[in-house]
Design a protein around this ligand. Structure first.
Ligand code: 8X3
Length: 246
């Protein structure tokens, strides 16, 4: 069997780190990519992988990642991204919007573009981690919902464009996932506000739940394309329909 090498962006924490661990357990050689070198170095040492520092919004860093990753890459997990703020459009922080679009849309596209020739040669796969935020808007979510919807549009266009090529394009769309940093980043480090997101929710998803799905998609046979999987906790029936105990 070919040496299966996976590149995971945003591997320094949360879904990215959990996915790196899961893919290593599935037998992949894993390249952990993120901005925070100390975190990815520790993770790479733990799972027997490699760490390559990369800010997906920096074109030179993306080019270096693709070059240093080499020719064995068979799987790309586009996970880097995230949300900033929850303000209404009337008060939109446009710098935050630029940052969200730069990472979730343009960054994911840049990394995908850089690895695509190798992934086609190796009959590989790209898995995008989007969000149920892409399903439609919610109050205060326009910046993040728009960015995730745009990322989803990239996924859809690519799958059509590459139908005659030996590469698969998949999407995992998580709902409420409680990670160390997602809501903390969104609320600028306000832990109390971050905790409120999950207050009273019986078992929000954790990063390992999404990594589990990513590991499953990654190990389907080459003729099987998993277009999109939406994953929510049982207590979240829809974006606004979250059951909370008092
Ligand atoms: C999912 C998180 O806040 O859009 O990425 O429900 S949220």
């Amino acid at each position: 069997m070919r040496n299966q090498t996976a590149v995971v962006t945003g591997a320094s924490s949360g879904i990215g780190a959990a996915s790196a661990r899961r893919l290593a357990a599935e037998g992949f050689s894993v390249i952990c990519a993120a901005r925070r070198e100390d975190r990815i170095s520790a993770l790479a040492a733990e799972i027997g992988g490699r760490a390559i520092a990369c800010d997906v919004t920096n074109p030179a860093a993306v080019a270096r990642l693709a070059q240093e990753a080499g020719e064995d890459v068979t799987l790309l997990i586009n996970n880097a991204g995230g949300a900033i703020g929850l303000e209404p459009v009337a008060e939109a922080d446009l710098d935050a919007w630029q940052t969200m679009y730069a990472a979730n849309v343009i960054g994911a596209t840049a990394v995908t573009k850089a690895f695509l020739p190798t992934l086609i040669t190796n009959e590989g796969q790209v898995i995008f981690v989007t969000s149920t935020a892409a399903d439609g808007g919610y109050e205060g979510g326009a910046g993040y919902c728009g960015a995730k919807a745009a990322e989803r549009a990239v996924v859809g266009s690519m799958r059509l464009e590459l139908v005659d090529q030996p590469v698969r394009i998949a999407e995992v769309s998580p709902g409420m996932v409680r990670t160390e940093e997602f809501s903390l980043t969104r609320f600028g480090g306000d832990q109390a506000r971050a905790d409120q997101v999950y207050a009273g929710v019986d078992h929000p998803l954790v990063a390992e739940d999404i990594a589990d799905v990513i590991g499953w998609i990654a190990t389907r046979p080459p003729h099987v394309n998993i277009d999109r999987i939406t994953v929510r906790p049982r207590a979240q029936a829809a974006q606004h329909k979250v059951h909370r105990t008092a």
